[in-house]
Every structure is written in structure tokens, then in C-alpha cells.
Design a protein around this ligand. Sequence first.
Ligand code: NAP
Length: 313
Amino acid sequence: MSKIYDVAIIGAGPAGLAAGLYAARARMNVVILEKNATGGQIVTTDEVANYPGSIPEATGPSLIARMVEQCNEFGAEFMKKGVKEVDFDNQIKELILEDDSVLKAKVIIIATGAKPRKTGAPGEIELIGKGVSYCATCDADFFTDMEVYCIGGGDTAVEEAMYLSKFASKVTLVHRRDELRAAKSIQEKAFKNEKIDFIWDSVVKEISGDGIVEQLVLTNKKTGEDMVIDAPEEFGTFGIFIFIGFMPNSELFTDKVEMERGYIVTSPDMKTNVDGVFAAGDIRVKSLRQVVTATADGAIAAVQAEHYITNNF
Ligand code: NAP
């Protein structure tokens, strides 16, 4: 008979790693599946100032590296494979992996997180990695002494604009309204930053260029007028960093668990509407998506998984 894990966790971001750590520490047989790089979105962040107790030097990657270390210390298994299908119909759950192998577990914890939202403007996808980016930590360095445009008005856009200002000669934040969504404390710092300019009431109409970003066209929503921004001759290009929120990675679970607008509905105990299936972190319906709430979700899901196994197997 093939191996049956106690807990299979899908996703190795903060929620999945916290669940892995708690479940392994409770001596359960745990596997953490991840098709991409370990760590989720937080590894794209340079500064983790609001995770309670984090040391001042903490970065997304350093925090994740320590979480992985803790999972390993307690004996969680890591598997670098994607899941292509799930079967939650029976008491033993099945995950069909990308190599067609089947992984069985008594409990599944879904911690697949979210991905950056796209503007949908023509040229955006074609020019990803060629001037269009969703990660300042990853790509800021490429734009040292160059101009960059940041799209969005939330905490992420404003914080990342400030980070980019350490590299770029000038950062222009483009927001679709005339007021930022970001927390006032974050806004204040950005308004004081002499390298950051603002373009209000504007959205991205088109991004273009021959293999590299050369032009950005914005439309002013109030006047309907277009603004064409061409790359300065000196560099022939500039950066466009897009930070307009996130989309849940939940396609795999459509019609398998209850969802709202693509996010998984859970009880406060992280239970989905399917027995033995839990969800944790950014993937679930919740009011605050942060590392601290993701790790808390993961811990709760793992403890509840243990109760579920004790009562049902
Ligand atoms: P967000 O709060 O959802 O903000 C998204 C921003 O993008 C908004 O300003 C929105 O405009 C704009 N936007 C959305 N769709 C757009 C489109 N199609 N075209 C142009 N603009 C568009 O996302 P976020 O800033 O990534 O933050 C996500 C969550 O993480 C939030 O809860 C946030 O508080 C949290 N966060 C916290 C921190 C921190 O505490 N230090 C740091 C980063 C993120 P409107 O304002 O007009 O809706």
C-alpha cells in the first residue's frame, strides 16, 4: 500500500511553513509541497518591519530561511512538485502531482497564497522581465540611476516606491484616484521623499517597446486624455513596477471547496466545508493578509488537523 501522510500542505509560504512546523512538532507525518521557490510572496520583500519580534535586519528571504530550518528540525518533508488535481471525495484525500504520481493524506492544508494582479494593458505580459516587474526587491538594482514608474496606491505600491527610490534617479507613482489607499504613516514618508513624484487619476493604457520597455501610455480618468511617456534617450528604457493588489491561487480548488470571489471560505479554526481539508494564509477569506496572520492561520490549521486525525482515524 502506498504511503499515507498525516498532513499534506500545499504551498510553502509563511502559512504553509508555519503549518508544517506545528504539525511536524506534534509528531505528525508531514509533507510540504511547493512547485515554485519556497517562501511565497514575502521573499520578494526586502524589509519586514511589522512582523512582531523580527530583528531589524530581517528580510523576507531571511525570515523564510529560518522557517524552513525550523520545519527541517522537526522533521517535515519538503517535496518540490506541483499539484495538478485534487480529490477530496473520500476520507483519505488524494493529490495528483504534476508527474502523475498520487500523494495520499488524512488531512490537506491549502496554503497556496496569492499572486500579483495584472493591469491587463496591452504589452504588460510581453514585457515582463524586460522592464515590467512585480517585485522591487528582485529588480530594483537593474534600474540604478534610471527612471521608474510605480503603478498602484496601496501600502505595497507606496512602500515599494520608497524602496525603489534608493536605486532609481526618480520614481513616479501612478494612481487611479487622487488619494492614496496606503496607511497614512506610509503616505507621509512617501510625500516627504524628494525622489518620488505622483501622477493622479491615471491608469495604464499600453506598454510598448521592441523587446524592452520603451513607452508607457497612461489615461487620465477624469479628462480622458492620454499621457505618453517615452524612455529617456540616455538609457533607452525605464522601469514599470506594478503593485495593484493580488489574486488568489485557487484555480485548483474550484468546485472542490466553498469559495467567495476566488478565496476559500473557512471557519475561525481554518476548516473548509470539506472534512479534513483546511486552508491557511492569503488564500482564505479574511480581513488582513500579512505574514503575521498567515503564520497564525498555519499554526491553527495544524493544531486542528491533529484534533481531526485523533477523532477520525
Ligand atoms: P491593495 O491594498 O488592494 O491596493 C491595491 C491598489 O492598487 C489600490 O490603490 C487600488 O486602487 C489599485 N488598483 C487596483 N486595481 C487596479 C487597476 N486595475 N489599475 C490601477 N490601479 C489598481 O493591495 P496592496 O497594496 O498590495 O496591499 C495588499 C494587502 O497587504 C493590504 O491589506 C495591505 O494593507 C497589506 N500590506 C501591508 C503592508 C504593511 O503593513 N507594511 C505592506 C504591504 C501590503 P484603489 O485605491 O482606487 O482601489
